[in-house]
Design a protein around this ligand. Structure first.
Ligand code: HEC
Length: 162
């Protein structure tokens, strides 16, 4: 009889101990960090560390996709490229319009040059109706000259109705 009473006390103590441990642990445990505030604008920001170097030997769609352009641009012929942050890339149509715009202060004289300038120096001319300082400014460090040349040739051949 005495043995059983002792047994019960031991169990009670053990359970109390476990509960106490649990409570202590939950008090000491990591305080959940507050949720970050919802961003005011939902403009995507690309982390340059997440964009690999593009050599220029990749197939053309891989070139664009690896560089992250489809996140912000619609590019006819490139699967999944339907971004809306920047203009649709149909430079065969829009390129000559940009160069003829009296607001254009860049140095390009050809559509090809305008495309390269737009990618390497996005602030040189900001397409009206679209946000400045949104297109990343670090593509010059990520794209080889060959990659840039192939992308520009592709974009130059795209017209509005393509
Ligand atoms: C984070 C969003 C974003 C990414 C990523 C991005 N762009 Fe842009 N791009 C923009 C915005 C916004 C504009 C319009 C404002 C401006 O002219 O800077 C623009 C403008 C352009 C223009 C000028 C278009 C015109 O109609 O005159 C070209 C060309 C261009 N981007 C090419 C590219 C290429 C190629 C890539 C990938 C290597 C790329 N962009 C990646 C946001 C982006």
């Amino acid at each position: 009889m005495a043995g059983r009473a002792l047994d019960e006390r031991a169990w009670t103590l053990l359970i109390a101990g476990i509960i106490l441990l649990g409570v202590t642990y939950s008090l000491l445990g990591p305080v959940p960090s507050p949720q970050p505030p919802v961003p005011v604008s939902s403009v995507p920001r690309l982390d340059p560390a997440m964009i690999p170097l593009v050599t220029g030997e990749e197939p053309i769609d891989v070139l664009f996709i690896k560089s992250g352009c489809p996140v912000c641009h619609a590019i006819p012929g490139i699967q999944g490229a339907d971004g809306r942050v920047g203009p649709k890339l149909v430079l065969g149509t829009t390129g000559p319009q940009r160069l003829a715009d009296p607001r254009y202060r860049g140095r390009a004289r050809t559509v090809r040059g305008y495309i390269v300038e737009s990618v390497l120096e996005p602030g040189a001319y900001v397409v009206s109706g679209y946000p400045d300082r949104t297109m990343p400014g670090w593509y010059g460090q990520k794209l080889s000259a060959e990659a840039m040349g192939r992308m520009a040739a592709y974009l130059e051949a795209l017209a509005e109705d393509s």
